[in-house]
Design a protein around this ligand. Structure first.
Ligand code: FE2
Length: 273
């Protein structure tokens, strides 16, 4: 596996190092920044989400590495084994107007720190809804040499430039040593039932007028629990009902299903009803 962040960003790294020296306190802050919706509700100006490129875009045709790949599948749930993670939030313009139909293309490594450069595992794109909301269900990415824990994302409002950036996790030891880490890209993360629930609001450089009503101050509503026949690779939430083998089951705790975890086999996850 190649290490990202080693290609041609010398000038950018130099700038970042200079910023580290000039403003050490905010860059070393452990907590996540206030959500854009909160900043706006308190009357403050919105700061556009920073650009963050670690040299892995676009894909060099002759090199296989941890690179962005176009044509990811459209899906908001990325199957995989590991600690479950949801990332939800909104995409706003500069006036805090919610932006609908924004393309969000996520990609990340697996729990072992490996990217799938052959297929599309741990890759997927989605579009914000009419409220500018999005929700990604995935797993916590692993670590690999040279980088702190992160999720890659490209965000593009209709007919606007692409923002390539990354999302980070608070409290990661490597946040303080990763030269391209940016605390403005920290998600708000909490642990719920063994899973992680992260929140992040993107702010894109799209002009507009402020909404007539304040932006929502709470995370977007969770999507209804999946129903139907149990299937692997689905992010089930507590209370979800499924059928399997002709019987009905209720999900006891949120998890991403996988082969071998069929409801009859895991009474800790599924209760027959
Ligand atoms: Fe990466």
């Amino acid at each position: 596996m190649e290490e990202e962040g080693t290609t041609p960003a010398i000038s950018r790294k130099t700038l970042l190092k200079a910023a580290l020296i000039a403003t050490p306190v905010p860059l070393l802050a452990a907590g996540a920044p206030a959500l854009a919706r909160t900043v706006w509700a308190e009357g403050g100006p919105l700061t556009p989400t920073p650009f963050c490129d670690d040299g892995d875009d676009p894909t060099p045709a002759q090199t296989e590495g941890p690179y962005f790949k176009p044509n990811s599948p459209r899906r908001s749930t990325i199957p995989g084994s590991g600690t479950g993670l949801t990332v939800s939030g909104y995409v706003f313009g500069l006036a805090c107007q919610p932006l609908a139909n924004v393309l969000l293309d996520f990609w990340q490594c697996d729990t072992n720190g490996n990217y799938d450069n052959v297929g599309f595992n741990y890759r997927g794109h989605q579009f914000t809804d009419a409220n500018g909301a999005f929700k990604l269900t995935t797993i916590v990415p692993g670590l690999y040499p040279g980088r702190t824990r992160h999720i890659h994302v490209k965000a593009q409002a209709p007919n606007r430039p692409v923002l390539t950036t990354q999302l980070y996790f608070p409290g990661e030891p490597r946040n303080n040593t990763d030269t391209i880490f940016n605390p403005a890209l920290l998600m708000t993360v909490r642990t719920v039932g063994g899973r992680r629930e992260a929140t992040f609001d993107f702010v894109l450089r799209v002009q507009g007028t402020p909404p007539t009503s304040p932006p929502p101050t709470s995370p977007p509503p969770t999507t209804p629990p999946p129903t139907g026949t149990w299937a692997p690779g689905v992010g089930y939430t507590a209370g979800a009902g499924v059928t399997y083998g002709g019987s009905s089951y209720r999900c006891l705790q949120a998890h991403t299903s996988q082969a071998g975890w069929e409801p009859p086999n895991v009474p800790a996850l599924w209760q027959r009803v």
